[in-house]
Design a protein around this ligand. Structure first.
Ligand SMILES: *Cc1c(COP(=O)(O)O)cnc(C)c1O
Length: 338
């Protein structure tokens, strides 16, 4: 099987860079959803705790339960809980869902400032506060999400302005309904680094912590290093004669005699089939033929082959984003921290 190596020094290096922008480690909310972007939920939670990260963001209640002991604060983005928790906060994504949270649940209200995916409308703010009060929930924060923080357009500024309006009204409403001081947050990785004047209560940082940001040059952040590298072990080698063809469909034909080896990983482990025929590893070793379920053939005879040490490179070849390359990696691949 393939295996993953996680580089703790690189992770801590990235957290140092992020903490400079957030002006403190305590404002980092590390996004650990989807098995920590394929890195391994418990492995990353463990290292984050060692670094001093106190906050985490996940998608499901199950993820939150698994990492409860590692953090002081956990935000669940996508599920309504069956019971309340001291440490775990839950997201209100829709006005109609407010009555479905158990009484006393700590909640954070997501507001749609332009992405038009989840969150209440800006025009529903008054109604939402009133319903949260009625449902006897404990409202702690109001937040939003950017749709274009990683693109060089004015949309990031437009959403920030919208969120400013939301904040002002939310402060008034919080006084009116007696919710106490609210926290506010709006930044993902790209948004955090665009902002030279970060002044919110926390930033929800995912891809930057994993060191796989891929931004336009003008927005680029120096010094982030990929945490994850993917390796595979050799199963067998063979000499191909000129004209012989490799794998399903015989898609690759040897132009001259050469040695190729088969490695024990494929799309069953989460490696995209789009990397077939021509993908090159970080050491410029070529993948030949199709990617099979549990096998891939490379122009190599090395026993242990580095498939990539920077998911953004594999993403470029597969015409996708590092997020998809990383989250595709299956949870049962062995992970080792160095
Ligand atoms: C996934 C996610 C993030 C993290 O985004 P990155 O681009 O990886 O930093 C932040 N906030 C929300 C709501 C998310 O869903």
């Amino acid at each position: 099987m393939a295996y993953i190596i996680l580089n703790k020094n690189n992770f801590f290096n990235n957290l140092d860079i992020i903490a400079k922008s957030t002006k403190g480690r305590d404002k980092i909310a590390l996004v650990l959803k989807d098995n920590a972007y394929g890195h391994g939920l418990l492995e990353m939670a463990h290292m984050a705790k060692e670094y001093g990260v106190k906050r985490a963001v996940v998608r499901t209640c199950q993820e939150a339960d698994k990492i409860e002991d590692f953090f002081d604060y956990i935000l669940v983005l996508g599920e309504i809980p069956a019971s309340k928790s001291d440490k775990i906060r839950y997201t209100i994504n829709d006005v109609d869902s407010i009555s479905r949270f158990p009484k006393g649940t700590k909640v954070e209200l997501k507001v749609d400032t332009g992405m038009h995916r989840n969150g209440i409308l800006m025009s529903e703010l008054d109604e939402a506060f009133s319903k949260i009060k009625e449902a006897k929930l404990s409202l702690e924060a109001v937040f939003t999400h950017h749709r274009s923080a990683d693109e060089l357009t004015s949309e990031w500024f437009w959403q920030n302005n919208n969120f400013k309006t939301v904040k002002e009204r939310a402060i008034e409403l919080s006084k009116k309904f007696g919710f106490g001081t609210l926290r506010f947050h709006s930044s993902n990785s790209a948004s955090l680094f665009r902002n030279n004047n970060f002044d919110e209560d926390m930033a929800r940082v995912g891809i930057a912590a994993y060191g796989c940001m891929d931004l336009p040059q003008a927005l680029n952040t120096e010094g982030l290093k990929p945490v994850l590298s993917l390796w595979a072990s050799k199963v067998s080698s063979r000499e191909l004669k000129a004209g012989q063809r490799v794998g399903y469909g015989g898609d690759y034909e040897a132009l001259k005699d050469c040695v190729v080896s088969n490695y024990d990983f494929g799309y069953g482990d989460g490696f995209l089939r789009a990397c077939a025929n021509g993908y090159k590893t970080s050491n410029a070793i070529e993948l030949v033929g199709r990617v099979s379920m549990d096998n891939s053939t490379f122009m190599s005879s090395e026993d242990e082959l580095l498939i990539f040490n920077d998911a953004t490179e594999a993403a470029k070849y597969a015409k996708t984003i590092s997020y998809e390359i990383l989250t595709a990696l299956k949870a049962d691949i062995k992970r080792e921290i160095i």
